[in-house]
Design a protein around this ligand. Structure first.
Ligand SMILES: NC(=O)C1=CN([C@@H]2O[C@H](COP(=O)(O)OP(=O)(O)OC[C@H]3O[C@@H](n4cnc5c(N)ncnc54)[C@H](O)[C@@H]3O)[C@@H](O)[C@H]2O)C=CC1
Ligand SMILES: Nc1nc(=O)c2c([nH]1)NC[C@@H]1CN(c3ccc(C(=O)N[C@@H](CCC(=O)O)C(=O)O)cc3)CN21
Length: 309
């Protein structure tokens, strides 16, 4: 870690912490919702040039995501906007969004079908959107979604076939929020066995209140994982005490890192924050650096993770 101190004039945020090294910045992405106060809140929690992934929620629509992404890119963040296929009304709208993003220097996108029941336009799933983007702006790197615990509305066959179609056109895979290190590493083993060779960003919940995670988790279809988290004690201690403090993201990150350190296709962690950013700096400080993930096999025999988490 870089030892340079980083002072923040904040309320409730860590006032002083060690700046993340460039390596650590490269290993972590922070997912945010394009809320009205994002542009003032995010810089208090994440230093430029950190990487930010900007959601595209059904009730927001793509213009809001793109507008926020353009602002964040201009602030100097590596910005990865989500484009939800079902939310894009026309090819003309898609082209306009892509031009705005290119104009701001955005070079990477994350595509999903999106949670809208009906498509607003010609793109009913992320594969057709991917093809359309490649045809118009081949320069974008494109991330697609992976589901360690399946998807509540989609069968395994649909997920496998969707992944097989999209992977050759994509540059990375981001896993859906999951609370189980075992489910994540099992999923990675399975997709690798099936010949998928994309770098994987492992999606984990950030230091969000358990209450928020429970309400969001059920809506996003990760309820099974949450129930597991409660039973296995990751969040269990908090539940038993009856208070809704923080989910222990650092512990999950440590467990996943222990399983995946040394895997050449492990890109890093994608942290779902739900804009609960106050405790993010503390978590980021505890994320392993690139150097620690590329230890030689001999070094790896010793504990693979810094003692601080
Ligand atoms: N993992 C994440 O970060 C996010 C996940 N999502 C959710 O994931 C779903 C799947 O997105 P992708 O992985 O891009 O799937 P996809 O676009 O690759 O679709 C997989 C298959 O399921 C069908 N399908 C997809 N969404 C559907 C829906 N809502 N209703 C009926 N059939 C559908 C498609 O036609 C295709 O055959 C989204 O619809 C949304 O619910 C949405 C936003 C972010
Ligand atoms: N099925 C699915 N849909 C998604 O949109 C989605 C996933 N899965 N997996 C991971 C992330 C997390 N997602 C979300 C979803 C909702 C909020 C959220 O904060 N929703 C607020 C409204 C925020 C606002 O309108 O400003 C809410 O109360 O619904 C955040 C991230 C987006 N992504």
């Amino acid at each position: 870690m870089d030892a340079a101190p980083c002072v923040r004039a904040t309320h409730g945020y860590a006032k002083e912490r060690r700046a993340m090294s460039k390596d650590a910045v490269a290993r972590v992405r922070v997912e945010v919702v394009p809320s009205a106060d994002l542009l003032t809140q995010l810089p208090m929690a994440l230093d430029v040039p950190g990487a930010v992934s900007v959601t595209c929620l059904p009730h927001h629509g793509p213009a809001r995501t793109v507008e926020a992404a353009v602002h964040l890119a201009r602030l100097g963040y590596h910005t990865v906007p989500h484009l939800a296929a079902r939310s894009i009304a026309s090819q003309a709208e898609l082209h306009s969004l892509l031009r705005q993003l290119q104009g701001a220097g955005v070079s990477e996108l994350f595509l999903v079908a999106g949670d809208r029941r009906m498509s607003a336009g010609p793109y009913s799933w992320s594969g057709s959107l991917l093809e359309a983007i490649k045809a118009y702006s081949p320069g974008f790197s494109i991330g697609i979604a992976g589901y360690p615990e399946g998807h509540p509305q989609l069968s395994q066959e649909q997920l496998v076939s969707s992944l097989e179609t999209k992977a050759p056109m994509a540059s990375s895979l981001v896993t859906q929020m999951c609370f189980s290190a075992e489910a994540i590493s099992q999923y990675l083993r399975t997709i690798r066995r099936n010949g998928m060779e994309l770098p994987v960003w492992v999606g984990v919940p950030g230091p969000v209140s358990v209450k928020k995670l429970v309400s969001m988790g059920a809506r996003l279809g990760v309820g099974r994982s949450l129930r597991l988290a409660r039973r296995t004690g990751m969040a269990g201690a908090l539940w038993r005490r009856g208070d809704f403090l923080n989910y222990d993201s650092a512990r999950l990150i440590r467990d996943v890192h222990r399983e995946l350190a040394g895997d050449p296709l492990f890109a890093g962690f994608h942290i779902y924050t739900f804009n609960d950013l106050v405790r993010l700096p503390g978590l980021l400080d505890s994320v392993p650096t690139l150097q620690q993930t590329t230890l030689s096999p001999t070094q790896r025999a010793s504990p693979p993770f810094p003692a601080k988490i």
